[in-house]
Design a protein around this ligand. Structure first.
Ligand SMILES: Nc1nc2c(c(=O)[nH]1)N[C@H]1C(S)=C(S)[C@@H](COP(=O)(O)OP(=O)(O)OC[C@H]3O[C@@H](n4cnc5c(=O)[nH]c(N)nc54)[C@H](O)[C@@H]3O)O[C@H]1N2
Ligand SMILES: Nc1nc2c(c(=O)[nH]1)N[C@H]1C(S)=C(S)[C@@H](COP(=O)(O)OP(=O)(O)OC[C@H]3O[C@@H](n4cnc5c(=O)[nH]c(N)nc54)[C@H](O)[C@@H]3O)O[C@H]1N2
Ligand code: SF4
Ligand SMILES: [Mo]
Length: 769
């Protein structure tokens, strides 16, 4: 079928969704639907969380007026949550920027795209020439994993800039998992995913998929899949200091003391050895270091960890025995096991348990997905391994991980004079003023930059500091492909959506924004943006034609390039990746199958996926062994006072959905959850204002008394604190909430991954007067 065939179900003729790579600005469609505009539908994968549900959008004229689950979607089969349902409201948010902004005499004003990119080119090049590549910092935020532009262009930007000052939301999130995977499997992106639909037993730590809809485990209708696990006789154990909606679904809920999961997991490993319950099965031939792990955990008996975890030793033994006895089982840890003092050790221990019980890489256990845009598999061979700390941050000497420095170091790298000081910052889809520790300090640091550029649809707490704001169009006007989440999905599948409505006059496709930014920072301002994609395609094909395992081996680059289809540079790159990938797919195949292509259940990938130097799973990596004494020291820790943990709400998404009326208010509020016993002791009543103090600062929030938190634990959500001046977030500003990350000064982190400690923070809570 040809590329122009409608790939969405339309009831009127499909408008051209072709995006231009020539200078934009020409009117393509009216911004507001004419009265009586015909209704049609279009398919679009939801970009608002990792579940990647297929939506059917109702479109009147050029406006999205409704969104429901796409029943025919090969993966999500009609599932949707309230965030997906408000896609239209988000898309039409009147506060979204519809023109670039540039700073003039201290004030931001509307500008043309040409003005914006000219300003960037004129200001950034002299800076780089005078102060070197590290004078430009880059911050990549979470929505980059939810957009095509964010998947395709930041790597190109970083290689053009050659800066070491790279920061991202990963060091507020999953970097511990990347590091543990890098060390265990030789690849930071080889992340085993629990086989939700086939497992007999799921041990889940620090995750609340009934609110978050899942993370590092892409599974539309995660709640339904957990219920199905129970229905088929499987068991679910949830470890969480809060009795969450997920915990209420479980056979067993363990209200662990926050921050102690690594101790619990080490004790589970110890019991497996002590009671001879390890059984690696066919994996054994591919694993080294089992005896070394046994020796390393021998002090971590259930009796030794019980007091720190606040659990009974007998319960720990039972959990270990159940895990070993289950026909198949998966251990899965997320935010509450990552953004803590021992995040990398906990992430490592999760997979040590999967290995020792023979569940790694087998159906029903934890498996490595194979995405449509992954490289085609090749024969197993030792790899180069994973190196940590190849360089360090300038001011505090934090080691890099996966090419990034800890985001907690961003402010000091801007503030501290000297060679390598960050003078210009490019923030793409990132709001670290609210998402990262000590936003007040970051606020001051950002205000002192020579140049700041934000690619962001909103003028918010972070982008208000920019000298140039480049707004991407609303999601309905962007094509969509999940580069990140297909590689983390519980089933191999692939979907592509062209833009559902044409680009509004005056807006620019986000891929083109990125391409033009790359040209501007690399001294090529004025060149055609398609040149960026052309260079990437040339480079990738040159490698592929020389690679004996590639489907294009032996052909010329020109031949291979001539076969690519796609209306935009981004589409051609996607087509190339699909053709070089494992499934014999092309862009045309995906356009012909708009509800997606199911590629089957996850399959074994060991040893072919391993990239360690030994070619095996290296079960006790050196850096992990070196960090164990720090965990041993935690055996004796007994925090006296209260500790703080976070929480997510189904109708939230980090810091940026509070401007959508349907998602703000109701039960989604920035309150301090306090257990009734603690409330009584502290003299707090429901609704009073409490003052919460920690080593980084103090905030005030209304108290909500609930026994869903365990005694000794209080909880505040993140992403709130929309009270700063100079933003354009009219709805969010009405219920601003407080910024929980103001309680942190950035000094607490997991040393192996550089990830900020955001959970298990000692706090003092008092009645506010
Ligand atoms: N205390 C505490 N802090 C946390 C967490 C926690 O659990 N507790 N969680 C952490 C986690 S897991 C994460 S991932 C981080 C997230 O932190 P960030 O990466 O900073 O992400 P958001 O807060 O979601 O902000 C996203 C920004 O992207 C913009 N945006 C939205 N859509 C688009 C788009 O299509 N294109 C572009 N270019 N921009 C877009 C939004 O306007 C917003 O400015 O927060 C972390 N912070
Ligand atoms: N609705 C909604 N969905 C989202 C997001 C959102 O903001 N809102 N954000 C998205 C993003 S960026 C991510 S990374 C994912 C995160 O997805 P999840 O990891 O599922 O995130 P949370 O819902 O924060 O669940 C973390 C749980 O860890 C618990 N916890 C805290 N400290 C500890 C501890 O020390 N030990 C244990 N065992 N548990 C602890 C908390 O009580 C909480 O219930 O969600 C994504 N989906
Ligand atoms: S679960 Fe996630 S992907 Fe699905 S509709 Fe809700 S926000 Fe969108
Ligand atoms: Mo995240």
């Amino acid at each position: 079928m040809s590329r122009t065939a409608p790939s969405t179900r339309t009831t009127t003729s499909q408008p051209s969704t072709r995006t231009t790579t020539s200078p934009p600005g020409a009117a393509e469609a009216p911004a507001v639907s004419p009265p009586g505009a015909r209704k049609r539908t279009a398919l679009r994968v939801c970009p608002l969380c990792e579940a990647t549900c297929g939506l059917t959008l109702t479109i009147e004229g050029t406006r999205v007026t409704g969104a429901k689950g796409d029943r025919d979607d090969v993966f999500s089969q009609g599932f949707i949550c309230p965030k997906g349902a408000s896609f239209g409201e988000l898309d039409a948010d009147p506060d979204r920027l519809r023109t670039p902004l540039v700073r003039e005499n201290g004030e931001l004003r509307d500008a043309t795209w040409d003005e914006a990119f000219e300003l960037i080119a004129a200001r950034i090049r002299p800076l780089i020439e005078e102060h070197g590549p590290n004078s430009v910092g880059v911050v990549l935020g979470n929505p980059n994993v939810h957009t095509m532009a964010g998947g395709l262009y930041p790597p190109v930007l970083l290689s053009a800039l050659r800066t070491r000052n790279v920061f991202s939301a990963s060091t507020l999130d999953q970097m511990p998992k990347h590091v543990s995977s890098g060390l265990l499997f030789g690849s930071a992106v080889a992340i085993p995913v629990p086989d939700l639909d086939r497992t007999d037993h799921l041990l889940m730590l620090g995750a609340n998929p009934l609110e978050s809809n899942g993370s590092l485990c892409t599974a539309p209708d995660f709640p339904g899949r957990l219920k199905a696990l129970r229905r088929r006789g499987g068991t679910l154990t949830v470890v969480d200091p809060r009795r969450t909606r997920t915990a209420r679904l479980a056979d067993r809920h363990v209200a662990i003391r926050p921050g102690t999961d690594a101790l619990l997991l080490a004790a589970l490993v110890q019991v497996l050895f002590e009671e001879s319950l390890t059984d690696l099965g066919t994996l054994a031939a591919h694993v080294q270091g089992v005896a070394e792990v046994e020796a390393a955990v021998k002090d971590f008996t259930p009796e030794a960890v019980a007091a720190a975890c606040d659990m009974e030793p007998g319960e720990i033994r039972t959990i270990a025995r159940e895990l070993a006895a289950a026909p198949t089982a998966a251990v899965y840890g997320r935010i509450g096991s990552c953004t803590v003092e021992h995040g990398t050790l906990a992430s490592w221990l999760v997979d040590v348990l999967n290995v020792l019980t023979g569940n790694l890489d087998r159906p029903g256990g934890a498996l490595f997905p194979l995405a449509a845009t992954d490289r085609a598999p090749r024969p197993a061979a030792p790899g180069r391994g994973f190196a940590l700390g190849r360089w360090s941050s300038r001011v505090s000497g934090h080691p890099e991980a996966k090419g990034e420095l800890p985001i907690v170091a961003l402010a000091e790298e801007i503030e501290t004079p000297g060679e390598g000081q960050i003078r210009a910052l490019i923030a793409i889809a990132a709001n670290p003023v609210l998402s990262a520790p000590d936003g007040d300090r970051l606020d001051r640091a950002l205000a002192g930059l020579d140049l700041m550029i934000s690619i962001d649809p909103y003028l918010n707490e972070t982008s208000r500091h920019a000298d140039v704001v480049l707004p991407p169009p609303p999601p309905a006007q962007s094509a969509h492909f999940d580069f990140a989440f297909n590689a983390l999905a519980v089933r191999n599948q692939v979907r592509y959506n062209p833009a559902a409505v044409p680009l509004e006059a005056g807006l620019m496709d986000e891929c083109e924004i990125h391409a033009r930014l790359i040209l501007a920072v690399s001294g090529m301002h004025g060149a055609e943006p398609s040149a960026v994609d052309g260079m990437v395609v040339q480079g990738a094909l040159a490698k592929a034609v020389a690679d004996p395992h590639s489907p294009v081996h032996g052909r010329t680059v020109e031949e291979a390039a001539a076969g690519l289809t796609g209306h935009t540079g981004a589409e051609r790159r996607l087509d190339m990746m699909l053709r070089l990938g494992p499934y014999d797919l092309t862009l045309d195949t995906l356009l012909e199958q708009p509800h997606g292509v199911d590629l089957g259940p996850l399959e074994s990938r060991v040893p072919q996926i391993l990239r360690t130097r030994s070619g095996r799973v290296e079960l006790l990596p050196g850096p992990v062994a070196d960090d164990l004494p720090r965990l041993r020291a935690a055996l004796d820790a007994r925090p006296e006072g209260l500790v703080l943990v976070g929480r997510r709400h189904l109708r939230s998404n980090n810091s940026w959905l509070h401007n959508v009326p349907a998602l703000n208010g109701g039960s989604n509020r920035c309150t301090l959850h306090v257990h009734p016993d603690d409330a009584a002791r502290l003299g707090l009543e429901d609704g009073v204002t409490a003052s919460v103090a920690a080593d980084g600062g103090r905030v005030e929030a209304p108290v909500e008394i609930t026994d869903s938190v365990r005694p000794g634990v209080v909880s505040l959500p993140h992403g709130w604190g929309h009270s700063r001046p100079g933003t354009r977030l009219s709805v969010a500003a009405e219920h601003p909430g407080v910024n929980v990350n103001q309680l942190l000064d950035g000094s607490r982190l997991d040393p192996l991954s550089g990830t900020a400690v955001l959970n298990a923070i000692p706090v003092e809570v008092t009645l506010s007067r």
